[in-house]
Design a protein around this ligand. Structure first.
Ligand code: NDP
Length: 473
């Protein structure tokens, strides 16, 4: 007997997807580069349905009904290309290759075009819901041809999550459309988590509330119109107590949020398209900010607001100071970007010299640039311009005015995204602890993405769906 569909790549996602298919009555061919995973799957879960294990790709393809349907669930990137090449050699016109990994939509477009030449349907498919979703019903976002959807749609709708009887799987559009939509989904996920983290942070700082008290707040919010998976698991992550220290879990997690790149892809694409996805961009950059401990250590001396003595001041003078401070932030960020590119491409750019050549002839020529040159002369290894004594003195002196300006703008409904995001950057960089620790907790909860601890070396994972004990990852 032949298999209805095949899955190659049997790590957490592929294994669970294969089990989901088998549980729905499909005969599933299973294959993995290293045969151990294939045998393990059949040994552990063979009783759940019909699996046709294959150790070689040729045997895997030979075990599929025509037209053949094979789902690839391997590490995105070069691994996907290698597996596609192997599969395509063995397949015939009319067969379908589904890539369920997190591919960049541009790669999917390239792969689709190449396989179309051979008459093979390539179906780049976004799959969301983590390992739990793959097993019990993910959200599925397939691209590719209409013909491939006709052959795959019923199966994908069968194994997808359903809400009110409606399956969470539709044909998104041709070639890279499915992966594009999955990418934006992930970008929105970044933004959701950042907003949750900011809410938690603001309440914790302003009210002095404990994580457990805030867990209760999120639980109450989840009973109303904010009801959502992320709000729900936020309550659980905030409630978690670290067994080793007795401290709130979120306080023992290193507050540097990681990313696998889909937020970045979304912002890059948005820049290409000219679409202002500012929420996603701010979320992506907030993670990037949290991941620069050297800069954050250097910025620790920057001062916070003097909430006691807010006096009468001229708005004009306040705005002048806000403008100056925001400008310093913009230059600090721009110089960081040049430094990063210089490192990435081996350019060895002299940052101080850049300030020098911009002093005249160009649009941004300004007196101010002399001070940047001086800052880099004084310390060529300067971690952030904001921490250079000259500039930190200026932003420290300006920050109360800066805050009043943003506050006033908010109160009178004038958008000042430049001032407010610059101020948020300043406040983020100088913070001792960032809520990136909670983002890490959420990522570990739904994606087993692991985290580092403040007090021990290594990577850790808490068994959220089991005994909630922590294990080294
Ligand atoms: P991983 O991303 O950890 O990838 C491991 C799998 O890829 C193994 O089966 C491995 O084979 C295989 N592999 C890697 N390189 C190659 C190669 N060159 N040739 C053949 N096989 C290779 O697995 P996951 O299950 O976590 O994810 C699978 C895909 O699903 C990824 O693209 C991921 O981005 C995506 N995804 C993951 C989600 C998650 O929550 N984890 C959610 C949604 C999508 P071997 O066993 O031989 O090493």
């Amino acid at each position: 007997d032949l298999a209805d569909i095949g899955v190659t790549g049997l790590a957490v996602m592929g294994r669970n997807l294969a089990r989901n298919l088998a549980r729905h009555g499909y005969a599933v061919a299973v294959h993995n580069r290293s045969a151990g995973r294939t045998d393990e799957l059949v040994k552990e879960f063979g009783g759940e349905g019909t699996f046709l294990p294959a150790h070689e790709m040729a045997a895997f393809v030979a075990s599929l009904k025509r037209p053949r349907r094979a789902i690839i669930m391997v590490k995105a990137g070069a691994g996907t290309d290698a597996v596609i090449e192997e599969l395509a050699e063995l397949m015939e016109p009319g067969d379908m290759i589904v890539d369920g990994g997190n591919a960049h939509f541009a790669d999917t477009r390239r792969r689709e075009a190449a396989l179309r030449e051979k008459g093979i349907h390539f179906v780049g498919t976004g799959i969301s819901g983590g390992e739990e979703g793959a097993l019990n019903g993910p959200s599925i976002m397939p691209g590719g041809s209409k013909e491939s959807w006709a052959a795959l749609g019923p199966i994908l709708q069968d194994i997808a999550a359903t809400v009110d009887g409606v399956p969470c799987a539709v044909h998104v559009g041709p070639d890279g459309a499915g992966h594009f939509v999955k990418m934006v989904h992930n970008g929105i996920e970044y933004s959701d988590m950042q907003l949750i983290a900011e809410s938690y942070d603001l309440l914790r700082q302003a009210l002095g509330a404990t994580p457990a008290e805030l867990a209760q707040v999120f639980r109450e919010w989840n009973a109303g119109e904010l009801e959502s998976y992320l709000i729900e698991i936020t309550a659980e992550v905030l409630d978690q107590v670290d067994a080793a220290t007795g401290k709130p879990f979120v306080d023992v997690v290193v507050d540097q949020a990681e990313q696998k790149g889909t937020g970045r892809w979304t912002v890059q694409s948005a820049l290409d398209l000219g679409v202002p996805v500012t929420g996603i961009a701010e979320a992506t950059f907030a993670r990037a900010l949290s991941g620069h401990p050297e800069q954050r250590a250097a910025a620790r001396t920057l001062e916070g607001p003097d909430i006691s003595g807010v006096g009468e001041r001229q708005l004009v003078e306040d705005v002048r100071q806000a403008l100056l401070a925001s400008k310093i932030v913009a230059y600090a960020q721009g110089f960081d970007q040049i430094a990063a590119a210089s490192k990435e491409y081996g350019w060895d750019v002299d940052l101080g010299a850049m300030a020098t050549i911009w002093r005249g002839g160009c649009i941004i020529r300004a007196r101010f640039l002399d001070r940047i040159r001086a800052a880099y002369d004084a310390d060529p290894a300067l971690s952030t311009l904001l921490a250079a004594p000259d500039f930190s003195a200026v932003v420290n002196a300006a920050q109360d005015a800066w805050r009043r300006v943003v506050k006033t703008a908010v109160e009178i409904g004038v958008p000042t995204p430049g001032f407010s995001s610059a101020l948020a950057y300043y406040d983020g960089l100088r913070r001792e602890r960032l809520p990136a620790a909670l983002v890490q907790g959420l990522r570990d909860y739904f994606g087993a993405h692991t985290y580092h601890r403040v007090d021990r070396e290594g990577s850790f994972h808490t068994d959220w769906s089991g005994d909630r004990r922590e294990r080294p990852a």
